[in-house]
Design a protein around this ligand. Structure first.
Ligand code: PLP
Length: 200
């Protein structure tokens, strides 16, 4: 990979498809520098045990919030647990632009300067390239569209939650539906259901 890092995969919970915190520690080595959690399908990962692990090993957390705009875990929003938060605003996302768009958010000022340079050919000053970067600037039209749509995010999520309720109430009850838990406010970027294994 361009950053010289090697991703080490951790198995998910079978019922939510999100990372299983009990399987993280066995994968940690002295080389581990970050823990990336992907909040899939609109549900936040099981963050309490993940935060405990990150504190124990002093490892930073990167949250992939691409599918979880507005989701909550114990009252806290996706994008409020880690050190870096990555968002996709691809048109099909809960908060989607008119074309490709995305953002990275962080509280680390030094890193934010580097990230700003990386998205702009690795350059802070024109024709002076400090890093091997890429062209990943957010187009102003997309930014304007997203600003307007951001005000509608709660409405969009409410609609997705309403559709999910309808699916669960009206689809055949022998499907395995997404887990509903009062600690979680899910935004159902995608409604996933599984089929019972009738062979057993
Ligand atoms: C969980 C997750 N992470 C990352 C991405 C990548 O986003 P983008 O295509 O905007 O770079 C996606 C897009 O589908 C996604 O669903």
């Amino acid at each position: 990979m361009q950053n010289g890092l090697k991703p080490i995969l951790v198995e998910p919970y079978l019922n939510t498809y999100n990372i299983d915190p009990s399987k993280i520690e066995e994968k940690i080595t002295s080389h581990t520098c970050a823990l990336m959690v992907v909040h899939l399908y609109g549900k936040i990962c099981d963050m309490d045990p993940i935060l405990t692990i990150s504190e124990k090993y002093n490892i930073r957390i990167i949250e992939d919030c691409a599918q979880s705009h507005g989701a909550r875990y114990k009252g806290k929003f996706a994008g409020s647990f880690g050190d870096f938060w990555a968002y996709s605003f691809y048109p099909t996302k809960n908060l989607g632009a008119l074309g490709d768009a995305g953002a990275i958010v962080t509280n680390y000022i030094a890193m934010s300067e580097k990230l700003k340079a990386l998205r702009n050919y690795g350059s802070k000053v024109k024709y002076k390239n400090d890093y091997i970067g890429f062209n990943s600037r957010l187009n102003e039209i997309q930014a304007g569209f997203l600003s307007i749509k951001l005000a509608l995010l709660d409405k969009i999520n409410k609609h997705k939650r309403k559709l999910t309720k309808l699916y669960i109430e009206n689809l055949k009850s022998d499907f395995i539906f997404p887990v509903v838990d009062e600690d979680y406010f899910d935004v159902y970027h995608i409604f996933i259901f599984d089929i019972q294994d009738t062979m057993n």
